[in-house]
Design a binder for this molecule. Sequence first.
Ligand code: SAM
Length: 253
Amino acid sequence: MRRIFVIGIGVGDPDHMTVQAIEALNQVDVFFMPDKGAEKAALRDLRTTICERFITSAGYRTVDIDIPQRAAAGDYLAGVDEWHGRLADLYSLLFEQELAEEEVGAMLVWGDPAIYDSTLRIIERVRAKGLALDIQVIPGISSVQVLAAKHRIALNRIGESVLLTTGRKLADGFPDGFGSVVVLLDGAQAFAHLAEQDLDIFWGAYLGTEHEILRSGRLADVKDEIEAVRARARQKHGWIMDIYLLRKSDPGR
Ligand SMILES: C[S@@+](CC[C@H](N)C(=O)[O-])C[C@H]1O[C@@H](n2cnc3c(N)ncnc32)[C@H](O)[C@@H]1O
């Protein structure tokens, strides 16, 4: 049976690679490399660096996957579902054509495959279509962990819950029942609309890369600076990935 490794590779620093991930890399016959989004150059660079640095044999092949665009109009969830269906068709074809029975294929996933990444969902759809695949997931260091480490904070306050969410969801307001909220995929700086609430922010962009930027403080005090720094960096590099933790300000402060 064909085997597929889904390997988390960290979020920009090759040193994020775990020993398990490096051992998996060295068993791979074919790397399937999707090209997507504005950050694709950074992603491609990291993948290339990782393959060159950690793979000790030269016997692997690489198959680039040209990812089709998702329809921007219409219902968001229906659009994503339709897009994933097209991706599953594409992956299915490529796995069958490019990977012999008993060979090992791999997909290198930014960060950890379990956090806001659809690779596993799409591969499940490939299996549901009837292609027999043995899937193994190798966890990676995610942007959530790197954000906490760089700011030297724990994500949760004692006994409290943490929510992982998106900028799209945060736009509805700071969620009830959570002391801390980690926000990914926020292209619209949803935090800026919460500045009148008593919140602290721990923000990071390009974490783990040479361009890394960190800012933190009371949201009302630092929101303008974060927005300005973010806009300048995005303009300079042509892309940005940023993440932040918002939490209710420490009542003891
Ligand atoms: C599609 S999600 C992928 C998350 C990834 N699987 C992980 O484990 O971090 C992309 C989002 O992750 C966050 N992200 C990923 N890498 C980052 C980095 N190096 N610095 C800051 N944020 C990052 C950003 O919020 C970005 O919009």
